[in-house]
Ligand binder design. Structure first.
Ligand code: SF4
Length: 268
């Protein structure tokens, strides 16, 4: 294929990802939303804004619904959840709630420290009101930087937290260019199969490619790439027939063009 041909093809891939990203951002399917109980809980951002922060901190190597349930269960075990009551908790009391009657999280020891330190940071920097992390219309870059100050919140969690606030809670952010694609294993594999990155691309390469593809809001491409990688683009035997990228994907079987109209993608 000529250089121009491959550029046109690449642009078609990026456009498809942008369209799907916009659809997922504007109307996320139930599977991407917070679970019912937690949605009701965290939706009360005015009353329990710290619940959102805790759920994000718990979201490490567990399904996201488990992290949300851990937040609910912590509140239930403690019997109190107002911030003034949490600020009075000792680390010993918090550790007991994290471990009895069962371990609340697979990294319960680390999570005890993370939650305890989160309470301290919310107390000292945000006057006990976690909503101050996001309610002054920060830029996305500022918001991500604020989340990264919490112990245990790496770049991936901080970007996801900012995206959820913008997408699900409609928190106004001045500039979305600071939310990046998460260098997730599914995202990396999808980028490789789509011919957008080498097979063993680094996390930095994934982030840079996201910025090149959608500079105004790189994180918009995160969900479609994750969705493709997680749902169909398996490490072995990708299910190209079911994937909405198949008619533009260089790795899909050659016969794909015969099926393009039959399986036309309707979400964009
Ligand atoms: S068409 Fe196939 S190879 Fe290409 S991204 Fe989809 S599942 Fe992966």
């Amino acid at each position: 294929m000529s250089r121009r041909g491959s550029l046109v093809k690449r642009e078609a891939i990026v456009q498809r990802l942008r369209s799907r990203g916009r659809a997922l951002f504007d109307d996320p399917p139930p599977s991407l939303r917070f679970s019912d109980g937690v949605t009701r809980f965290t939706r009360e951002l005015r009353r329990y804004p710290h619940a959102f922060v805790f759920a994000c901190i718990f979201d490490r190597q567990v399904p996201s619904q488990r992290s949300e349930q851990a937040t609910l269960e912590l509140a239930r075990r403690l019997g109190v959840f107002s911030f003034p009551a949490l600020a009075r908790l000792t680390k010993k009391r918090l550790r007991a709630a994290m471990t009895r009657p069962t371990k609340l999280h697979r990294f319960h020891g680390d999570m005890t420290v993370n939650i305890y330190e989160a309470i301290r940071l919310i107390e000292s920097k945000y006057a006990g009101d976690a909503a101050r992390i996001w309610n002054d219309s920060p830029s996305a870059a500022q918001l991500v930087a604020r989340f990264r100050e919490f112990r245990g919140m790496g770049p991936k969690l901080a970007n996801v937290a900012a995206t959820i606030l913008a997408r699900d809670f409609h928190i106004g952010l001045r500039d979305l260019s600071g939310i990046d694609v998460s260098p997730d294993v599914h995202v990396g594999r999808a980028l490789w199969r789509l011919g957008l990155l080498p097979r063993d691309a680094s996390a930095d390469q994934v982030i840079r490619r996201g910025r090149q593809m959608n500079p105004s809001f790189p994180g918009l491409l995160d969900l479609p790439l994750w969705e493709v990688g997680q749902s169909w683009c398996h490490p072995a035997e990708p299910e190209c027939a079911a994937c909405y990228m198949r008619d533009v994907c260089p790795s899909a079987p050659k016969a794909r063009s015969r099926f393009t109209s039959e399986f036309h993608f309707h979400h964009s």
